[in-house]
Design a protein around this ligand. Sequence first.
Ligand code: GLN
Length: 547
Amino acid sequence: MFENKSIVETRYIFVTGGVVSSLGKGIISSSIARLLLSRGFKVTIQKFDPYLNIDPGTLNPYEHGECYVTVDGHEADLDLGHYERFTNIKTTRANNITTGRVYQSVIDKERRGDYLGKTVQIIPHITDEIKRNVKLLGSTGEFDFVITEIGGTVGDIESLPFLEAVRQLRWELGNKCICIHLTYVPFIHAAKELKTKPTQHSVKQLQQVGIQPDVLVLRTEHDIPASMRHKVAQFCNVSPDAVIQSIDAPSIYEVPLMMLDQHLDTIILEKTGTPHRGEPDLSKWNEFLDKMHNATNEIRIGLVGKYVALQDAYKSIDEALFQAATYNDRKVKITYINSERLTDANVEELLSPHDGVVIAPGFGQRGTEGKFVALKWCRENDIPTFGICLGMQSMVIEYARNVMGMADANSVELNPTTSHNVIDLMEEQKSITNMGGTMRLGAYACQLRDGTKVANAYGTLNIEERHRHRFELNEEYRSQFEAAGMMCVGENPQTHLVEVVEVPSKRWYIGTQYHPEYSSTVLNPHPLFMDFIRAAIAYQKSKQADE
Ligand code: GLN
């Protein structure tokens, strides 16, 4: 029931944030995109990050959470993962720009002489480059709405060029452009009161740089009374219906509905002069939410990795597990297990409560011996086990060591002098010295072997998945692994690089060199995660039957 035909002129929605960081601008942007898409509009979202790194690929997850990867091989901010999970639309490198990239492009132009002898300055050259990037997606004619999320918080020095670009665009684009500002309304426990002063100050800061927000979204832990919203509207020059609250929700996937209840979609459409009819069709989204609400039985998954102290380090894996569990009518309980602390003495105690174990991706030696301990225990106890990237490489190493008798088997990433380099640096990587953006990145084809668990899970033999790695299963050992029962059941059709290993004698023991988690969305849960959860449910049932 898509009533809305595509509109001729692209509309631009800017989402800024104030008061504090981590308010969930990415979730609000994604929710707006979901609502507009569900009305039949074509929408894309982009994120502008004010840091100087060219991309987040070189950042430690502790700095900025998970690094997400787009199909075209861009290492991106994790918000792009939210965008894809909410919209079901693949992002590309054009959807994530950093200050570093803006400066790099301006400096490259300066070196080429493109500025014809002019002094190159933040205004207009950096701001023009930002504006060019904002409009790049709109100029394709593909989208009715381009949503641009400005990273950071209003008032940060580093955000200023982005805000100046937004200010200029608002003048250029008139009502084809609106600004949504997300702030925080704290609840002061001692006074038992919600406080709107930080919001007022934040809007003032925005006004000082020349931007009048059209819509305010107030993050809050408690319901904000209508009278208080009116007060905010009055102080901030915003119409009262455009002061929206975003109260803490049990799941981020409820946020689009909370925004719909307060008519954020129609407010946006009206303020941008966009003709519209009817209501968004959220039937599929609601089916997912119904399953989420109705699921009572729990499935317990242990996630073994070294970045366990940080909530966002394995964001896409968490969400892929959650989506697959929901579609299998289960509530998922994910426990992070620090691989640095795992030993033969505690592995049983730490892993046995789980119905399935995921061995996480990662880089570097720290925490890898614990992954091998976990894998030995999972394999010997026949627990459904899913190894992703370094997790898959760890499966290969543990198998070589403990099944095939190569005691010092390793990856050359972890031990460059191993005599059994079962995981080796890819040939194309050997000449690379620059670390930024030089891994094997993005989507590559993979051919699956017929009749295998992994092929059955996908229901097809030809797939495409996203990658982020430098090392691979060493071709020289491939036949030895197959002879010992670890099958190389997926490979790249051009290079024959091993993409998937599977031990068919086990319940579910599968490792992927690629990252399936990046392509799992609310409307399209990933088939391999779905199959893993099914295997975990079957294993849970078999344990219960034994009791
Ligand atoms: N460090 C490994 C490699 O570069 C695995 C990477 C990953 O887990 N993403 O090949």
